[in-house]
Structure formats: structure tokens, C-alpha cells
Design a protein around this ligand. Structure first.
Ligand code: Z5A
Length: 223
């Protein structure tokens, strides 16, 4: 376990995977985790919203369709409540113990969905991000990008729709624009992968980004 005097390179690496509906995040998180394990890396796979029993309860609240509309600020605060719990119970302890963490969505999703999609603005999200994890950001984020109509067709072919999946096209266009702006602002951390090809093509793109990160990381003494 890395102690209080541990160097930054002693802590595990934090990788997040982002994308809009049907981008294939869950599918590619699984192959990315398998790839890291093949390299001998001790890696924990988790997701947001969720990742602990309590945060999974919050996820259920967030995804359920109900008559009472969920206020935008309440939605944002629930996202960060779950995140605070997830960080405290799972993410921070794993990183401190030197484990790598791969998380299916994290705070970039709050910028894209609440900040841009719900048009709440980026400042509110940035304020909460600073409060909840001002000292911790992902080391690498893969953003799986694809046109809205392709992603929604994939997601909607799976059956019952959650509270986000029933949003209109304008909402998803704002989400995608939000992600593209985040990626343009932080090109070193956020690597965009074209997710419109078939599963194998996208997997090749994902693994190429991860392998380049592994090379950079080993150069910094991180493995
Ligand atoms: N949300 C938010 O608003 N704010 C936040 O801060 C956070 C989240 C953290 C739930 O997240 C919702 O929470 C989400 C944003 C919001 N909105 N919605 N909906 P989620 O990540 O759990 O839910 P999701 O985005 O809907 O994930 P998903 O449905 O599991 O999609 P995915 O992980 O990107 O895709 P997948 O499950 O791997 O694949 C979907 C289907 O497409 C499946 O049948 C695949 O076999 C197929 N697929 C995937 N890739 C391909 C390719 N390349 N070709 C053909 N078919 C493919």
C-alpha cells in the first residue's frame, strides 16, 4: 500500500471511458480491462453512476422514469453524491493501494450531460468537481465518438429505455458537442476514438490509445 509519503507514480492509474448512448463503452471497458490484466496490471473495473451499493441505489433513482420530473440541479447533485461515495469507498482506496482503476463514465459525463445536454452550464459542474475531487483527475480518458443517430439506434435496439434514452435529438446533439469541446480543451488527457465502425475496428482504436498510454506511463516509472 502506498503510504502518505508515496510518490505520485506509486499510485495506480485512473482511466475513464466516455461516450454517448450506444458508443460501446461497456463492451470496450471489458476488453480494455482484459488487455491491462494481460500486461500484468492489477486493475479494478467500475462504473458511474454507481460503483458501490449506495451509489447503485442512486443510479436506480437517476435512471428510473417517473411522473415527477427530476429537477436539473437535483440530477447534478445526485450524480456528485454517488461520485463522492464511489470515490471514498472504491476509487481512492484502490488507487492508493497501487491498483489501476478503469471507470465507465466519470465527471466528464456530468459536463457533457448536465452542463451541455441539460444546458446547466459548465461552471456549476466545475464547482462540484472541485469540491468532490479537486485533487484527482483521470490520467487518461477515452472518448468514444459517434453520430447521434448511430448510437441511439444501437441503444434503442436493446429494449426498454431509461430516463436519459427518451431525451430528444437536440439533447443528444448538445451532449456530443459538449464531449467534443472537452476533448478539444484537453487533448493530452482525452483521446477521441471513432466508435462508428464495427466492434473489432473500435477495439483496435481503443487498444492503440491504451498501448500508447502504457508506453508513456512506463517512461515515467509508473509500472
Ligand atoms: N450520466 C449523466 O448524465 N451524468 C453523469 O455524470 C454520469 C452519467 C456519470 C447511464 O449511464 C446514464 O447516466 C447515461 C448518462 C448519464 N445516459 N444514458 N442513457 P450508462 O453509462 O450506464 O448508460 P449508457 O450510456 O446508456 O451506456 P450503455 O447503454 O451501456 O451503452 P454503452 O456502454 O456505450 O454501449 P454497450 O452496452 O457496450 O453497447 C450498446 C449496444 O450496442 C450493445 O448491444 C452492443 O453490442 C452494441 N454495439 C456497441 N458497439 C457496437 C459497434 N461498434 N457496432 C455494432 N454494435 C455495437
Amino acid at each position: 500500500m502506498a503510504g502518505p509519503g508515496a510518490k505520485a507514480s506509486d499510485r495506480g492509474r485512473f482511466i475513464t471511458v466516455e461516450g454517448s448512448e450506444g458508443a460501446g463503452k461497456s463492451t470496450h471497458v471489458a476488453s480494455l480491462v482484459a488487455h491491462l490484466k494481460e500486461q500484468g496490471i492489477d486493475v479494478l473495473s467500475t462504473r458511474e453512476p454507481g460503483g458501490t451499493p449506495l451509489a447503485e441505489d442512486i443510479r436506480a433513482l437517476l435512471l428510473a422514469r417517473r411522473e415527477e420530473p427530476l429537477d436539473g440541479l437535483a440530477e447534478l447533485l445526485l450524480m456528485f453524491a454517488g461520485r463522492a461515495q464511489h470515490l471514498a469507498q472504491v476509487i481512492r482506496p484502490a488507487l492508493a493501494a497501487g491498483r489501476w482503476v478503469v471507470c465507465d463514465r466519470f465527471t466528464d459525463a456530468s459536463f457533457a450531460y448536465q452542463g451541455a445536454g441539460r444546458a446547466m452550464g459548465m461552471e456549476k459542474v466545475a464547482t462540484l468537481a472541485k469540491l468532490v475531487h479537486g485533487d484527482l483527475a483521470p490520467d487518461l480518458t477515452l472518448y468514444l465518438d459517434l453520430p447521434r443517430e448511430v448510437g441511439l439506434a444501437r441503444a434503442r435496439s436493446r429494449g426498454e429505455l431509461d430516463r436519459f434514452e427518451v431525451e430528444n435529438d437536440l439533447f443528444f446533439d448538445r451532449v456530443r458537442r459538449g464531449y467534443l469541446e472537452l476533448a478539444a480543451a484537453e487533448p493530452e488527457r482525452i483521446r477521441t476514438v471513432d466508435a462508428s465502425g464495427d466492434l473489432d475496428e473500435v477495439r483496435v482504436g481503443v487498444i492503440a490509445v491504451v498501448d500508447a498510454f502504457l508506453v508513456r506511463t512506463s517512461g515515467q516509472g509508473g509500472r
